[in-house]
Design a protein around this ligand. Structure first.
Ligand SMILES: NC(=O)c1ccc[n+]([C@@H]2O[C@H](COP(=O)([O-])OP(=O)(O)OC[C@H]3O[C@@H](n4cnc5c(N)ncnc54)[C@H](OP(=O)(O)O)[C@@H]3O)[C@@H](O)[C@H]2O)c1
Length: 225
């Protein structure tokens, strides 16, 4: 039996999910990320219905203005969680304004200005301070777990995906591989950030299953520990 992250560190169980082109991108350099099929979108919404929270980085909020709501599946609506050290989330973002009965947690650092925090709180968001200069992801996960959020769907983008993976905070990875090549050396990939120096230092995954959703091939992995 593989021990879950939950069991090891008292952190929520985390599933990273992304829609990716064959050349490993999750968005173009301009930030366009409409990659996967409608069949896959419905799978993602069923996945959303199985978790307590959906987590994204602030650049995804700024680029896409997603509402991160549950639309193509039934179930309990997960809370929205944003890693946003400097409270840059616009107070009128859809993630706060759409479905206001569902909580939106903005995880900031001690660096975030009180004016920005106040305007986000007035807009309806709840602020969690996790870390000094940048959001400390391990602390963020402990706080979320203490709020009984036991299972989280990490929905990008590339920079946050890498930070979560490299901090050992991800348990599963599912990737919808879309039959597209979009190129672009500045396009966003599944995991950006610093990366490792050597291939052998990479984060190892083990393939659990593959399924076809329309033209997309979805690969389901467990993160090896
Ligand atoms: N195809 C897909 O499945 C998919 C899914 C999601 C997003 N996307 C695309 O991905 C793009 C955005 O990705 P991105 O890589 O630019 O940004 P991102 O991962 O969405 O957000 C990164 C930001 O999160 C904040 N953050 C806070 N704490 C962090 C930490 N400990 N480690 C890392 N980041 C932390 C940082 O901003 P601060 O320093 O200000 O805190 C950082 O710049 C968009 O174009 C979006 O469309 C695609």
């Amino acid at each position: 039996m593989v021990l879950s992250q939950d069991a090891i560190t008292n952190s929520p169980y985390v599933i990273l999910n992304a829609a990716m082109t064959v050349d490993g991108k999750i968005a173009t350099a301009t930030g366009d990320s409409k990659i996967s099929s409608f069949q896959d979108l419905k799978r993602v919404h069923r996945l959303r219905a199985s978790v307590g929270g959906i987590l994204v980085g602030v650049r995804t909020i700024i680029a896409d203005n997603p509402s991160l709501t549950l639309r193509y599946a039934r179930g309990k609506k997960p809370v929205r969680i944003i890693a946003d050290s400097n409270a840059r989330t616009p107070p009128n973002a859809r993630v706060i304004k759409v479905d206001p009965e569902v909580k939106t947690y903005i995880c900031v650092s001690e660096n975030a200005s009180s004016e920005r925090i106040e305007s986000l709180e007035s807009a309806g968001a709840e602020i969690l301070v996790c870390g000094k200069e940048q959001v400390d992801l391990s602390e963020m996960m402990r706080i979320l777990k203490s709020k009984s959020i036991d299972r989280i769907l990490l929905e990008g983008g590339g920079k946050l995906n890498w930070s979560m993976l490299s901090n050992g905070l991800v348990d599963e990875v599912s990737v919808a591989l879309s039959p597209l090549v979009i190129g672009g050396e500045r396009a966003i990939t599944l995991a950006d950030g610093e990366g490792v120096r050597l291939v052998k230092e990479g984060i190892k995954l083990s393939l659990k299953k593959t399924s076809r959703y329309g033209q997309d091939l979805v690969l389901f992995y467990r993160v090896s520990r």
